[in-house]
Design a binder for this molecule. Sequence first.
Ligand code: URA
Length: 467
Amino acid sequence: MIYSPRLPRLATFEAWRDAARALASNDIPADDIEWALEGEEEGLFGGGAPLPVPREISVPSAFLPLAKLVCAHRAGGVHDLLYRVLLRCRGNARLLGNRADAEVQQLEAWAKNVRRDMHKMKAFVRFRDVTPHGANRRQFISWFEPDHRIEELIASFFTRRFGDMDWVIVTPEVTTRFAGGDVSHEAVASERLDLSDETEELWKTYYANIFNPARLKVKAMQSEMPKKYWKNLPEADLIPGLIAGAEARMRKMQEDAPTLPPIRAERILERLPTRDEAHDLHACARCPIGAQATQAVLGVGPLDSPLMIVGEQPGDREDLEGVPFVGPAGQLLDAIMSEAGLDRHAAYVTNAVKHFKFSPRGKRRIHQSPHRSEVEACRLWLEQEIALVQPAFILALGATAALALTGDGTALMARRGRVERGREGIPVLITLHPSAILRSDGPTALRELLKQDLAKAAKMQEEINTL
Ligand code: URA
Protein backbone atom coordinates (compact mmCIF):
# COMPACT_ATOMS: atom_id res chain seq x y z
CA MET A 1 0.00 0.00 0.00
CA ILE A 2 1.32 3.46 -0.88
CA TYR A 3 0.68 6.53 1.28
CA SER A 4 0.87 10.04 -0.23
CA PRO A 5 0.67 12.68 2.49
CA ARG A 6 0.14 16.18 0.99
CA LEU A 7 1.82 18.90 3.00
CA PRO A 8 0.38 22.43 3.00
CA ARG A 9 2.53 25.53 2.27
CA LEU A 10 1.82 26.85 5.79
CA ALA A 11 2.36 24.75 8.92
CA THR A 12 4.27 22.28 6.71
CA PHE A 13 6.31 21.01 9.63
CA GLU A 14 3.26 20.37 11.82
CA ALA A 15 1.56 18.48 8.97
CA TRP A 16 4.72 16.45 8.30
CA ARG A 17 5.06 15.67 12.03
CA ASP A 18 1.44 14.46 12.30
CA ALA A 19 1.69 12.31 9.19
CA ALA A 20 5.13 10.96 10.20
CA ARG A 21 3.79 10.07 13.65
CA ALA A 22 0.86 8.15 12.16
CA LEU A 23 3.09 6.33 9.68
CA ALA A 24 6.11 5.63 11.90
CA SER A 25 4.02 4.46 14.84
CA ASN A 26 2.47 1.89 12.50
CA ASP A 27 5.89 0.83 11.18
CA ILE A 28 5.22 1.97 7.61
CA PRO A 29 8.52 1.75 5.67
CA ALA A 30 9.82 4.89 3.98
CA ASP A 31 9.63 3.23 0.56
CA ASP A 32 5.82 3.03 0.89
CA ILE A 33 5.44 6.80 1.22
CA GLU A 34 5.39 9.53 -1.43
CA TRP A 35 5.66 12.87 0.33
CA ALA A 36 4.44 15.88 -1.66
CA LEU A 37 3.75 19.54 -1.12
CA GLU A 38 0.31 20.88 -1.94
CA GLY A 39 0.35 22.40 -5.38
CA GLU A 40 2.85 19.85 -6.66
CA GLU A 41 1.69 17.30 -9.17
CA GLU A 42 0.18 14.16 -7.69
CA GLY A 43 2.53 11.17 -7.77
CA LEU A 44 1.97 7.90 -9.54
CA PHE A 45 -0.36 6.72 -6.81
CA GLY A 46 -2.68 9.73 -6.68
CA GLY A 47 -4.09 10.54 -3.24
CA GLY A 48 -2.75 7.29 -1.76
CA ALA A 49 -4.16 5.28 1.14
CA PRO A 50 -5.66 7.04 4.21
CA LEU A 51 -3.12 7.50 6.98
CA PRO A 52 -3.29 4.91 9.77
CA VAL A 53 -4.39 5.90 13.28
CA PRO A 54 -1.40 7.44 15.08
CA ARG A 55 0.03 5.93 18.26
CA GLU A 56 2.52 7.37 20.73
CA ILE A 57 6.14 7.30 19.64
CA SER A 58 9.15 8.84 21.30
CA VAL A 59 11.98 10.57 19.45
CA PRO A 60 15.26 12.10 20.70
CA SER A 61 14.70 15.68 21.91
CA ALA A 62 16.96 17.08 19.21
CA PHE A 63 14.98 15.53 16.39
CA LEU A 64 11.97 17.85 16.30
CA PRO A 65 13.91 21.17 16.29
CA LEU A 66 16.08 19.76 13.51
CA ALA A 67 13.03 18.55 11.58
CA LYS A 68 11.40 21.96 11.92
CA LEU A 69 14.36 23.62 10.22
CA VAL A 70 14.74 20.93 7.56
CA CYS A 71 11.04 21.10 6.64
CA ALA A 72 11.61 24.72 5.63
CA HIS A 73 14.26 23.73 3.07
CA ARG A 74 13.31 23.78 -0.60
CA ALA A 75 15.34 20.77 -1.65
CA GLY A 76 13.43 17.80 -3.02
CA GLY A 77 13.44 14.79 -0.74
CA VAL A 78 13.63 16.62 2.61
CA HIS A 79 10.47 15.01 3.98
CA ASP A 80 11.49 11.56 2.83
CA LEU A 81 14.95 11.76 4.39
CA LEU A 82 13.53 13.17 7.63
CA TYR A 83 11.20 10.21 7.80
CA ARG A 84 14.00 7.73 7.12
CA VAL A 85 16.10 9.26 9.90
CA LEU A 86 13.08 9.30 12.22
CA LEU A 87 12.68 5.54 11.73
CA ARG A 88 16.39 4.98 12.35
CA CYS A 89 16.34 7.16 15.51
CA ARG A 90 13.80 4.82 17.06
CA GLY A 91 16.37 2.06 17.29
CA ASN A 92 19.30 4.36 17.97
CA ALA A 93 18.66 7.31 20.27
CA ARG A 94 22.21 8.61 19.68
CA LEU A 95 21.98 8.62 15.90
CA LEU A 96 21.73 12.41 15.60
CA GLY A 97 24.97 12.75 17.52
CA ASN A 98 26.79 10.71 14.88
CA ARG A 99 28.20 13.35 12.56
CA ALA A 100 29.80 10.66 10.41
CA ASP A 101 26.39 9.35 9.37
CA ALA A 102 25.68 10.47 5.80
CA GLU A 103 21.94 10.97 6.34
CA VAL A 104 22.45 12.95 9.54
CA GLN A 105 25.08 15.03 7.75
CA GLN A 106 22.62 15.82 4.96
CA LEU A 107 19.93 16.92 7.46
CA GLU A 108 22.48 19.07 9.30
CA ALA A 109 23.56 20.67 6.03
CA TRP A 110 19.97 21.52 5.15
CA ALA A 111 19.34 22.90 8.64
CA LYS A 112 22.44 25.03 8.26
CA ASN A 113 21.19 26.48 4.96
CA VAL A 114 17.88 27.34 6.59
CA ARG A 115 19.54 28.95 9.64
CA ARG A 116 21.70 31.00 7.33
CA ASP A 117 18.67 32.13 5.35
CA MET A 118 16.97 33.16 8.60
CA HIS A 119 20.08 35.06 9.59
CA LYS A 120 19.99 36.93 6.27
CA MET A 121 16.34 37.74 6.66
CA LYS A 122 16.90 39.15 10.15
CA ALA A 123 19.68 41.30 8.81
CA PHE A 124 18.20 42.47 5.51
CA VAL A 125 14.50 43.05 6.01
CA ARG A 126 13.86 46.79 5.67
CA PHE A 127 10.54 48.23 6.76
CA ARG A 128 8.93 51.20 5.03
CA ASP A 129 6.62 53.45 7.01
CA VAL A 130 3.10 53.41 5.56
CA THR A 131 1.25 54.79 8.61
CA PRO A 132 -1.92 56.61 7.50
CA HIS A 133 -2.69 59.98 9.11
CA GLY A 134 -4.46 59.58 12.44
CA ALA A 135 -3.56 55.90 12.95
CA ASN A 136 -2.76 55.14 16.58
CA ARG A 137 -0.13 52.48 15.78
CA ARG A 138 2.67 52.92 13.31
CA GLN A 139 2.38 50.69 10.26
CA PHE A 140 5.23 49.30 8.19
CA ILE A 141 5.66 47.09 5.19
CA SER A 142 8.58 45.13 3.86
CA TRP A 143 9.44 42.93 0.89
CA PHE A 144 11.88 40.04 1.17
CA GLU A 145 12.82 37.06 -0.99
CA PRO A 146 14.03 34.20 1.21
CA ASP A 147 15.76 31.18 -0.31
CA HIS A 148 13.74 28.77 1.81
CA ARG A 149 10.28 28.55 3.34
CA ILE A 150 11.23 30.37 6.52
CA GLU A 151 8.44 32.90 6.93
CA GLU A 152 6.80 31.15 9.88
CA LEU A 153 10.08 30.19 11.53
CA ILE A 154 11.31 33.76 11.54
CA ALA A 155 8.09 35.52 12.53
CA SER A 156 8.71 35.42 16.29
CA PHE A 157 11.98 37.31 15.80
CA PHE A 158 10.13 40.19 14.14
CA THR A 159 7.25 40.17 16.61
CA ARG A 160 9.74 40.50 19.47
CA ARG A 161 11.89 43.06 17.77
CA PHE A 162 9.10 45.19 16.30
CA GLY A 163 6.33 44.46 18.78
CA ASP A 164 5.42 48.12 19.20
CA MET A 165 4.24 48.60 15.63
CA ASP A 166 2.00 46.89 13.09
CA TRP A 167 3.77 45.43 10.09
CA VAL A 168 3.46 43.26 7.04
CA ILE A 169 6.28 41.26 5.50
CA VAL A 170 5.52 40.17 1.96
CA THR A 171 7.49 37.38 0.29
CA PRO A 172 6.79 35.82 -3.10
CA GLU A 173 4.77 33.04 -1.44
CA VAL A 174 3.59 34.18 1.99
CA THR A 175 2.32 37.40 3.53
CA THR A 176 2.89 37.73 7.28
CA ARG A 177 0.85 40.32 9.17
CA PHE A 178 1.41 41.58 12.69
CA ALA A 179 -1.45 43.75 13.89
CA GLY A 180 -2.48 44.66 17.42
CA GLY A 181 -0.13 42.03 18.84
CA ASP A 182 -1.36 39.11 16.70
CA VAL A 183 0.62 37.49 13.94
CA SER A 184 -0.91 35.67 10.97
CA HIS A 185 0.37 34.13 7.75
CA GLU A 186 -1.36 33.81 4.41
CA ALA A 187 -0.06 31.67 1.54
CA VAL A 188 -0.54 34.03 -1.37
CA ALA A 189 1.63 34.69 -4.43
CA SER A 190 3.00 38.25 -4.61
CA GLU A 191 5.10 40.22 -7.06
CA ARG A 192 8.07 42.21 -5.89
CA LEU A 193 6.87 45.40 -4.15
CA ASP A 194 8.39 48.74 -5.04
CA LEU A 195 8.66 50.41 -1.67
CA SER A 196 10.82 53.45 -2.20
CA ASP A 197 9.84 56.41 -0.04
CA GLU A 198 11.49 58.88 2.25
CA THR A 199 12.19 56.18 4.86
CA GLU A 200 14.94 55.10 2.48
CA GLU A 201 16.75 58.31 3.33
CA LEU A 202 16.46 57.42 6.99
CA TRP A 203 17.92 54.00 6.32
CA LYS A 204 20.75 55.54 4.39
CA THR A 205 21.54 57.93 7.23
CA TYR A 206 21.39 55.08 9.70
CA TYR A 207 23.58 52.83 7.60
CA ALA A 208 26.14 55.55 6.94
CA ASN A 209 26.34 56.06 10.70
CA ILE A 210 26.68 52.46 11.68
CA PHE A 211 29.18 51.73 8.92
CA ASN A 212 32.38 50.97 10.74
CA PRO A 213 35.44 51.72 8.66
CA ALA A 214 37.79 50.37 11.33
CA ARG A 215 36.32 46.96 10.73
CA LEU A 216 36.19 47.24 6.99
CA LYS A 217 36.77 43.89 5.37
CA VAL A 218 35.29 44.08 1.91
CA LYS A 219 35.33 40.32 1.30
CA ALA A 220 33.67 39.52 4.61
CA MET A 221 31.15 42.26 4.02
CA GLN A 222 30.23 40.89 0.63
CA SER A 223 29.83 37.40 1.99
CA GLU A 224 27.67 38.80 4.79
CA MET A 225 25.63 40.91 2.41
CA PRO A 226 25.60 39.03 -0.90
CA LYS A 227 24.78 41.10 -3.95
CA LYS A 228 21.44 39.36 -4.41
CA TYR A 229 20.11 41.25 -1.36
CA TRP A 230 21.38 44.61 -2.52
CA LYS A 231 18.49 45.35 -4.85
CA ASN A 232 16.11 45.55 -1.89
CA LEU A 233 18.43 47.56 0.31
CA PRO A 234 18.17 51.32 0.19
CA GLU A 235 21.67 51.66 1.61
CA ALA A 236 23.30 49.51 -1.08
CA ASP A 237 24.18 52.45 -3.33
CA LEU A 238 26.12 54.02 -0.44
CA ILE A 239 28.48 51.10 -0.03
CA PRO A 240 31.05 51.87 -2.75
CA GLY A 241 31.39 55.46 -1.54
CA LEU A 242 31.69 54.40 2.07
CA ILE A 243 34.36 51.88 1.22
CA ALA A 244 36.28 54.52 -0.70
CA GLY A 245 36.06 57.01 2.17
CA ALA A 246 36.75 54.48 4.92
CA GLU A 247 40.34 55.48 5.51
CA ALA A 248 39.49 59.09 6.20
CA ARG A 249 36.48 58.32 8.30
CA MET A 250 38.37 55.87 10.47
CA ARG A 251 40.63 58.63 11.69
CA LYS A 252 37.63 60.68 12.70
CA MET A 253 35.69 57.88 14.23
CA GLN A 254 35.10 58.26 17.96
CA GLU A 255 33.17 55.17 18.74
CA ASP A 256 32.70 51.63 17.54
CA ALA A 257 29.46 51.13 15.75
CA PRO A 258 26.96 48.31 15.54
CA THR A 259 27.32 45.79 12.75
CA LEU A 260 25.09 43.10 11.33
CA PRO A 261 24.66 40.04 13.56
CA PRO A 262 27.72 37.86 12.92
CA ILE A 263 27.54 34.62 11.02
CA ARG A 264 30.65 33.67 13.05
CA ALA A 265 28.40 32.69 15.96
CA GLU A 266 26.77 30.07 13.74
CA ARG A 267 30.18 28.64 12.96
CA ILE A 268 31.07 28.32 16.64
CA LEU A 269 27.69 26.77 17.29
CA GLU A 270 28.32 24.20 14.62
CA ARG A 271 31.63 23.27 16.18
CA LEU A 272 30.33 22.85 19.70
CA PRO A 273 30.72 19.30 20.93
CA THR A 274 27.68 17.31 19.98
CA ARG A 275 24.84 17.62 22.44
CA ASP A 276 21.25 17.17 21.48
CA GLU A 277 20.30 20.78 22.06
CA ALA A 278 23.31 22.15 20.20
CA HIS A 279 21.10 22.73 17.21
CA ASP A 280 18.95 25.18 18.91
CA LEU A 281 20.68 27.94 20.84
CA HIS A 282 18.78 30.50 18.79
CA ALA A 283 15.46 29.04 19.82
CA CYS A 284 16.62 28.17 23.35
CA ALA A 285 13.67 28.01 25.71
CA ARG A 286 15.52 26.54 28.68
CA CYS A 287 14.71 29.79 30.50
CA PRO A 288 12.47 32.74 29.60
CA ILE A 289 15.21 35.29 28.80
CA GLY A 290 15.72 34.27 25.18
CA ALA A 291 12.17 35.17 24.23
CA GLN A 292 12.73 38.90 24.58
CA ALA A 293 16.33 39.20 23.34
CA THR A 294 17.30 39.99 19.76
CA GLN A 295 19.70 37.11 19.46
CA ALA A 296 21.88 34.69 21.43
CA VAL A 297 25.42 36.02 21.81
CA LEU A 298 28.19 33.43 21.69
CA GLY A 299 31.85 33.97 22.48
CA VAL A 300 34.51 35.49 20.25
CA GLY A 301 38.20 34.81 20.00
CA PRO A 302 40.63 32.05 19.11
CA LEU A 303 39.22 28.61 19.82
CA ASP A 304 42.64 27.39 20.96
CA SER A 305 43.23 30.21 23.43
CA PRO A 306 44.67 29.20 26.83
CA LEU A 307 42.58 31.97 28.42
CA MET A 308 38.81 32.18 28.48
CA ILE A 309 37.12 35.26 29.90
CA VAL A 310 33.55 34.91 31.10
CA GLY A 311 31.25 37.86 31.81
CA GLU A 312 27.65 37.94 32.97
CA GLN A 313 25.37 38.36 29.95
CA PRO A 314 25.22 40.53 26.81
CA GLY A 315 24.12 44.11 27.31
CA ASP A 316 22.09 46.35 25.02
CA ARG A 317 24.84 46.82 22.40
CA GLU A 318 25.93 43.21 22.52
CA ASP A 319 22.34 42.08 22.01
CA LEU A 320 22.09 44.17 18.84
CA GLU A 321 25.48 43.29 17.44
CA GLY A 322 25.66 39.66 18.51
CA VAL A 323 29.19 40.11 19.90
CA PRO A 324 30.15 40.06 23.60
CA PHE A 325 31.74 43.02 25.38
CA VAL A 326 31.44 45.68 22.67
CA GLY A 327 29.51 48.22 24.79
CA PRO A 328 30.77 50.48 27.60
CA ALA A 329 31.75 47.61 29.93
CA GLY A 330 33.66 45.98 27.09
CA GLN A 331 35.50 49.16 26.24
CA LEU A 332 36.52 49.60 29.86
CA LEU A 333 37.61 45.97 30.01
CA ASP A 334 39.74 46.46 26.88
CA ALA A 335 41.43 49.50 28.37
CA ILE A 336 42.24 47.86 31.70
CA MET A 337 43.36 44.65 30.02
CA SER A 338 45.84 46.47 27.87
CA GLU A 339 47.18 48.39 30.92
CA ALA A 340 47.59 45.01 32.65
CA GLY A 341 49.43 43.50 29.68
CA LEU A 342 46.65 41.22 28.45
CA ASP A 343 45.63 41.06 24.81
CA ARG A 344 41.87 40.87 24.58
CA HIS A 345 42.00 39.44 21.06
CA ALA A 346 44.20 36.56 22.20
CA ALA A 347 41.52 35.40 24.67
CA TYR A 348 38.21 33.67 24.03
CA VAL A 349 35.63 36.05 25.51
CA THR A 350 32.11 34.95 26.34
CA ASN A 351 29.31 35.23 28.89
CA ALA A 352 27.71 32.96 31.48
CA VAL A 353 24.26 33.77 30.06
CA LYS A 354 23.80 34.00 26.31
CA HIS A 355 20.80 36.33 26.06
CA PHE A 356 20.24 39.92 27.22
CA LYS A 357 17.85 40.14 30.19
CA PHE A 358 16.25 43.56 30.53
CA SER A 359 13.12 45.40 31.51
CA PRO A 360 11.79 48.05 29.09
CA ARG A 361 11.65 51.61 30.39
CA GLY A 362 10.34 53.97 27.74
CA LYS A 363 12.64 53.51 24.79
CA ARG A 364 15.44 52.15 26.96
CA ARG A 365 16.17 48.58 27.89
CA ILE A 366 17.39 48.36 31.46
CA HIS A 367 19.78 45.54 32.37
CA GLN A 368 18.43 42.95 34.82
CA SER A 369 20.68 40.43 36.52
CA PRO A 370 19.88 36.82 35.66
CA HIS A 371 18.44 34.57 38.38
CA ARG A 372 20.43 31.62 39.60
CA SER A 373 18.02 29.29 37.77
CA GLU A 374 18.66 31.15 34.52
CA VAL A 375 22.41 30.90 35.00
CA GLU A 376 22.01 27.16 35.58
CA ALA A 377 19.79 26.78 32.52
CA CYS A 378 22.38 28.52 30.37
CA ARG A 379 25.30 26.47 31.66
CA LEU A 380 24.71 23.93 28.92
CA TRP A 381 26.03 26.45 26.39
CA LEU A 382 28.92 27.63 28.52
CA GLU A 383 29.98 24.05 29.22
CA GLN A 384 30.08 23.39 25.51
CA GLU A 385 32.19 26.43 24.83
CA ILE A 386 34.58 25.33 27.59
CA ALA A 387 34.77 21.84 26.09
CA LEU A 388 35.46 23.34 22.67
CA VAL A 389 38.14 25.83 23.73
CA GLN A 390 39.64 23.78 26.60
CA PRO A 391 41.31 26.80 28.16
CA ALA A 392 44.17 26.38 30.64
CA PHE A 393 42.40 28.81 32.97
CA ILE A 394 39.32 31.00 33.06
CA LEU A 395 38.84 34.55 34.24
CA ALA A 396 35.44 35.05 35.86
CA LEU A 397 34.24 38.64 35.67
CA GLY A 398 31.76 39.22 38.48
CA ALA A 399 29.45 37.16 40.65
CA THR A 400 27.32 35.61 37.89
CA ALA A 401 30.36 34.28 36.04
CA ALA A 402 31.86 33.01 39.32
CA LEU A 403 28.60 31.23 40.13
CA ALA A 404 28.33 29.68 36.67
CA LEU A 405 31.92 28.50 36.68
CA THR A 406 32.33 27.28 40.26
CA GLY A 407 28.75 26.65 41.42
CA ASP A 408 29.50 28.92 44.38
CA GLY A 409 27.30 32.01 44.63
CA THR A 410 28.87 33.51 47.78
CA ALA A 411 29.95 37.15 47.99
CA LEU A 412 32.45 38.16 45.38
CA MET A 413 34.66 40.66 47.17
CA ALA A 414 35.95 38.06 49.64
CA ARG A 415 36.94 35.79 46.73
CA ARG A 416 38.34 38.20 44.17
CA GLY A 417 41.96 37.73 43.23
CA ARG A 418 41.76 34.04 44.21
CA VAL A 419 42.11 31.07 41.93
CA GLU A 420 39.34 28.54 42.58
CA ARG A 421 38.70 25.14 41.08
CA GLY A 422 35.98 25.33 38.43
CA ARG A 423 33.27 22.76 37.85
CA GLU A 424 35.21 21.37 34.91
CA GLY A 425 38.36 21.13 37.03
CA ILE A 426 39.86 24.14 35.24
CA PRO A 427 41.33 26.91 37.47
CA VAL A 428 39.10 29.97 37.69
CA LEU A 429 40.54 33.36 38.63
CA ILE A 430 37.77 35.41 40.21
CA THR A 431 37.59 39.14 39.70
CA LEU A 432 35.20 42.08 39.47
CA HIS A 433 32.94 42.83 36.58
CA PRO A 434 33.90 46.07 34.77
CA SER A 435 30.27 47.26 35.10
CA ALA A 436 30.83 47.46 38.87
CA ILE A 437 33.39 50.18 38.13
CA LEU A 438 31.04 51.99 35.74
CA ARG A 439 28.29 51.94 38.36
CA SER A 440 30.36 52.93 41.37
CA ASP A 441 30.72 56.50 42.70
CA GLY A 442 34.40 56.23 43.49
CA PRO A 443 35.56 53.96 40.68
CA THR A 444 39.33 54.32 41.10
CA ALA A 445 39.82 51.78 43.87
CA LEU A 446 37.73 49.14 42.11
CA ARG A 447 39.50 49.85 38.84
CA GLU A 448 42.82 49.24 40.58
CA LEU A 449 41.58 45.90 41.96
CA LEU A 450 40.45 44.74 38.54
CA LYS A 451 43.76 45.80 37.07
CA GLN A 452 45.66 43.83 39.72
CA ASP A 453 43.64 40.71 38.94
CA LEU A 454 44.11 41.13 35.22
CA ALA A 455 47.85 41.51 35.78
CA LYS A 456 47.72 38.23 37.70
CA ALA A 457 45.95 36.65 34.72
CA ALA A 458 48.66 38.01 32.42
CA LYS A 459 51.28 36.38 34.62
CA MET A 460 49.41 33.06 34.66
CA GLN A 461 49.20 33.22 30.90
CA GLU A 462 52.91 33.91 30.61
CA GLU A 463 53.71 30.92 32.84
CA ILE A 464 51.58 28.68 30.66
CA ASN A 465 53.27 29.95 27.52
CA THR A 466 56.73 29.31 28.92
CA LEU A 467 55.97 25.77 30.07
N1 URA B 1 28.56 42.73 30.30
C1 URA B 1 28.80 41.40 30.22
O1 URA B 1 28.90 40.70 31.22
N2 URA B 1 28.97 40.87 29.04
C2 URA B 1 28.88 41.54 27.91
O2 URA B 1 29.04 40.94 26.86
C3 URA B 1 28.63 42.93 28.02
C4 URA B 1 28.46 43.50 29.22
